[in-house]
Design a binder for this molecule. Structure first.
Ligand code: GAR
Length: 203
């Protein structure tokens, strides 16, 4: 069966990558196959998860590159060489330029740990998002999977899921609940939806 070829871009622990790998095994993600995991951090635990699943890995650090242009050019070359149809940012802590994002229109998706347009955009990533949600005092937060364009967290929303905030939440506790109840649920489902649409275009 023809499947969309997926590259997952990571920087850290890779629990969202794991959710995608598990979804591929369980058949939730059936229209796409993870061909490649790319990390901008040499020590990202996500790379261990990818290798354990038998997925090809690649490391491109900004330190090894002459600048952002060179970093993105290398990234683009790798994605083109591997004939990637869909790029999934799963805890990838780099903002990609307009030049890069416009080269892959509707072919890059991201998972963000809040209900966009709250607590998103430049400077809102990882634990900072949950710290901001708790400081503001919102009672509901969640996760969003949007397409990625030149505006950080400004692309069209594909899927969202709400998560209730509890009185005794710390940023760490909230982060875990948002991952478990929302991110790991919607990212594989959104990936499947986008891959199925890519396949329709290919036929
Ligand atoms: C996840 O919570 C993801 O939503 C967030 O970083 C974490 C990565 O965890 N991404 C962002 O904040 C992007 N703006 P993981 O490496 O275990 O998947």
């Amino acid at each position: 069966m023809l499947k969309a070829r997926i590259a997952v871009l990571v920087s850290g622990g890779g629990t969202n990558l794991q959710a995608l790998i598990d979804a591929q095994r369980s058949g939730i993600l059936k229209s796409g196959t993870i061909e490649l995991v790319i990390s901008n951090k040499a020590d990202a635990y996500a790379l261990t998860r990818a290798s354990a699943a038998g997925i090809k890995i690649s490391i491109i650090t900004k330190g090894d590159c002459a600048g952002t242009d060179d970093f993105e050019a290398r990234l683009t070359r790798l994605l083109r060489e591997n004939k990637i149809d869909l790029i999934i940012l799963a805890g990838f802590m780099c903002i990609l330029s307009e030049k890069f994002t416009s080269a892959f229109p509707n072919r890059i998706i991201n998972v963000h740990p809040s209900l966009i347009p709250s607590f998103c955009g430049k400077g809102y990533y990882g634990l900072k998002v949950h710290e901001a949600a708790l400081a503001y005092g919102v009672k509901i937060t969640g996760a969003t999977v949007p397409f990625v364009n030149a505006v950080p967290d400004g692309g069209k929303i594909i899927m969202q899921k709400a998560v209730a905030i509890r009185k005794c939440d710390t940023p760490e506790i909230l982060q875990q609940r948002v991952m478990r109840q929302a991110e790991w649920v919607i990212l594989p489902r959104a990936a499947e939806r986008v891959c199925a649409n890519i396949l329709k275009e290919k036929i």
